[in-house]
Design a protein. Structure first.
Length: 160
């Protein structure tokens, strides 16, 4: 009997990853990530927050997101995620104005994702904030969340 294949990593992608596919600065790594989702390397997880934020995106970004529907799992914004996001705000990791960023992180944690992927270096992918998010996660009984930008997780050999 052959061993079971390893389970795909569940990766929560925030809105910036989809927009990054059309931004000259971020498109190579963003598109490589999307290609690797389609190839089965990652299980894409999104939330209604991503869907809401993409309503204002340019048509090509919305179309890309729609094309990925069969590859994506939608994590609900559960009360536990709202409570965890509020803890992030209470801890001062981000201010009230950045509630959606805190909620992206909390949704990824509560949904049991291994990784959160973002191009948001100010409020999400920042070494000081990652440490604080994970301290709050641990205090709340959750596992740490790996928070990265797309170049940090893609298989660069495949992306060539």
């Amino acid at each position: 009997m052959s061993p079971e294949p390893p389970e795909m990593l569940r990766v929560y992608a925030d809105t910036s990853v989809f927009g990054g596919c059309f931004d000259p600065e971020f498109q190579k790594a963003s598109n490589a990530f999307i290609a690797q989702v389609r190839a089965g390397r990652f299980r894409l997880v999104v939330s209604p927050i991503v869907e809401d934020e993409l309503r204002a995106a340019p048509p090509p970004v919305r179309q890309l997101f729609a094309d990925l529907a069969g590859y994506a799992e939608t994590a609900d914004v559960l009360p536990a995620a709202q409570e965890l996001a509020q803890r992030y705000l209470d801890r001062g990791i981000v201010g009230d104005r950045w509630w959606p960023d805190a909620l992206h992180v909390a949704c990824a944690v509560v949904a049991g994702c291994s990784i959160l992927l973002s191009w948001n270096f100010r409020h999400i992918v920042h070494c000081d904030k990652i440490h604080l998010y994970n301290a709050v996660n641990q205090q709340a009984g959750y596992s740490d969340l790996a928070i990265h930008s797309p170049p940090e997780v893609i298989d660069h050999e495949e992306a060539l």
